[in-house]
Write a protein that binds this ligand. Structure first.
Ligand SMILES: [Ca+2]
Ligand SMILES: [Ca+2]
Length: 347
């Protein structure tokens, strides 16, 4: 191959040995460690030039493809953001709808039960490029953890008993009740079996007690003694409302009703739910006269037939975006609706 030959100073052509193909190159390059200069013939230079052109063409093609891909990504990202915004607007629209339904309900009656229109929810409904669905549930059908701290000593004692029973039904003990109360109260004094900052400051990572009412039930997972298993069992029966609330016996679940008396075993609490009239108890005397409550000596303390706090769960889908919004609504006695909190993904 001609590329293997070159004209020597003496005019003789000879075949190069492989070691001789390496030209020492210009002096300034020779001194660079690891640098090897290849001395090529004109034909080889053409070949290299061709390869360079091909390489540049290939690089340009990759560059153009990459630019086009980034542009597509950018467009997709923009579209995703727009769809996500639309999904959020749809979910808030559903929250607004829930507020109207609850306001209307208050104008029609002063009791709340599962037979009312608000409890029917909104089945999956198609909208342009998407879908919305939602449901409203009564948060006063659950045990309010924040009831553990109040100026009313009798209300606190009642809350401790009820939460203690709920914890026991979920594999916990009444010991955790003290730890929860310490988490909520403003002071740093540890109750018997309780837990204040010094218990949490030695954890990795270290943290302090809330020393205020809980904002969300999942905060309970931070409290000493509450395992994910206990929390998983409690989750559907607890809430964290910004004031002391009563338990609505017209909407309370069996686990929540079972906390009313140590004699209310799970089977009796289920019976109580099954005996509940479809349109709820008309008055407290009718509830207390339930056969399942016979002999329990239960009175109406901390119990109600109506509610102020509701949870709205909205699912909105728009294009590729899907959003689950949880809103806590407060309804005043006159039907004024206020959004207390919003969270995305989980309550
Ligand atoms: Ca009602
Ligand atoms: Ca405390």
């Amino acid at each position: 191959m001609s590329g293997d030959r070159f004209q020597s100073k003496s005019g003789m052509r000879r075949r190069l040995g492989s070691a001789e193909k390496v030209h020492p190159g210009p002096r300034n390059l020779r001194s660079r460690p690891g640098y090897t200069h290849i001395w090529v013939s004109a034909a080889n230079q053409q070949g290299v030039a061709l390869l360079t052109v091909l390489l540049v063409t290939a690089l340009m093609t990759v560059l153009v493809l990459s630019m086009s891909w980034s542009r597509q990504l950018e467009m997709r990202r923009t579209a995703n953001l727009a769809e996500s915004d639309q999904a959020q607007l749809l979910a808030q629209g559903l929250e607004d709808w829930a507020g109207k339904v609850l306001r209307r309900d208050r104008s029609q009656n002063d009791r709340d039960h599962w037979g009312e229109p608000w409890a029917q929810g909104l089945p999956p409904t198609a909208v342009d490029q998407g879908m919305v669905s939602g449901r409203i549930s009564d948060l006063q059908g659950r045990i309010n953890l924040n009831n553990l701290v109040s100026n009313d000593a009798a209300a606190v004692a009642l809350a401790e008993k009820r939460l203690g029973r709920l914890l026991e039904s979920c594999g916990g003990t009444s010991i955790e009740t003290a730890a929860i109360a310490d988490w909520l109260d403003k002071d740093g004094q540890m109750r018997p079996n309780g837990a204040e900052d010094r218990v949490y400051l030695i954890r990795q990572p270290a943290y302090r007690t809330g020393n205020r009412p809980m904002a969300t039930p999942s905060e309970l997972l931070l409290v000493a003694g509450i395992t994910p298993e206990i929390y998983g069992c409690l989750a559907g029966s607890i809430t964290t409302l910004p004031e002391t609330t009563m338990l609505n016996v017209n909407t309370a679940s069996a686990p929540a009703l079972a906390t009313l008396s140590s004699q209310l075993l799970p089977a009796l609490a289920e019976q109580l739910v099954n005996e509940r009239p479809a349109d709820g108890y008309k008055d407290m005397a009718a509830f207390l006269a339930s056969p399942a409550l016979a002999g329990t000596g239960l009175n109406a303390d901390g119990l109600s037939l109506a509610s102020k706090y509701f949870l709205v769960e909205a699912l909105a889908i728009f294009g590729h975006a899907e959003l689950r919004l949880y809103s806590v609504l407060h309804r005043s006695d006159t039907g004024v609706i206020t959004v207390i909190s919003r969270s995305i993904g989980t309550y």
